[in-house]
Design a protein around this ligand. Structure first.
Ligand code: HEC
Length: 230
């Protein structure tokens, strides 16, 4: 294949990929806000864990994350004392399970709150969606959706989840803190949905470094082998 042909094929592949991305991010009428998260930032993940256990776990579980896992993932690495404090009577190998029974949830909210272990990859928009949802409560301009249930980002705008961080009608001086809580808990949820993502990224860098080195060695070897052939 000629160099030009290779370049053209590459360009075609790139164009196909970008149009796929454009398609995937379209569809929703409201543009999402951007979540400010870093899944390698231990401080943020720890703050997010506390928001999760203090607030969200009142209704939601994250059943695929265990208290032991919170100790073992290097990104979190909480102490045994903290794990004991968070789990109370639950075993160390238990998932982060809410005390709210499905029956009580249905009675109070009309719905069972979904498990949040995989919510970030499970929703279009991922972390941006979760962050937007938490800071998306508003007054229904048409006054149809009951007060407290209107959310700009929830499909159909009427959500059964009561404004967990108190975004609706918050005082201006509380805004920065709510935004921080929303970002922190979103970071935590993004992390637990794929707790080995950081290891994989580090590994990826090593693999790429190795491949570059290998290319260099092969190139030098080729020059050496062909040096007497003219
Ligand atoms: C008082 C109970 C309650 C609390 C506290 C609560 N939620 Fe919810 N949550 C719900 C209910 C009920 C739903 C189902 C909403 C629906 O389908 O209309 C829900 C749904 C969700 C969804 C899924 C939305 C979707 O697209 O289906 C996410 C994400 C979510 N909650 C995140 C959180 C986070 C993060 C917290 C903590 C900051 C939290 N929730 C606190 C009750 C709660």
């Amino acid at each position: 294949m000629k160099f030009n042909t290779i370049l053209l094929s590459l360009a075609a592949v790139l164009m196909m990929l970008t149009s796929q991305v454009a398609l995937a991010s379209g569809g929703s009428s409201v543009a999402l806000k951007h979540a400010n998260i870093d899944v390698t930032d231990r401080e943020q993940l720890l703050r997010g864990l506390i928001v999760f256990t203090d607030i969200c776990m009142g209704c939601h579980s994250a059943k695929y994350v265990t208290f032991k896992g919170l100790m073992d993932y290097p990104e979190l690495g909480i102490s045994r004392e903290m794990a004991d404090e968070l789990r109370g009577e639950k075993p160390l190998m238990s998932g982060l399970i809410t005390d709210l029974s499905p029956e009580d949830a249905t009675e109070s909210y009309g719905k069972v709150p979904p498990d949040l272990s995989l919510i970030v990859p499970g929703r279009r928009g991922g972390a941006d969606y979760v962050y937007s949802l938490l800071t998306g409560y508003a007054h229904d301009p048409e006054g149809k959706v009951p007060e407290g249930n209107y959310n700009l980002y929830f499909p159909g705008h009427s959500t059964a989840m009561p404004d967990p961080l108190g975004w609706l009608d918050h005082e201006p001086e509380d805004e920065a803190e709510i935004i921080q809580q929303a970002n922190d808990v979103t970071a935590f949820l993004a992390f637990i949905s794929d707790p080995h993502q950081n290891e994989r990224r580090t590994m990826g860098k090593y693999v790429i470094g190795f491949l570059i080195l290998l290319t260099l060695v092969l190139f030098l070897l080729k020059k050496e082998i062909w040096k007497d052939v003219h």
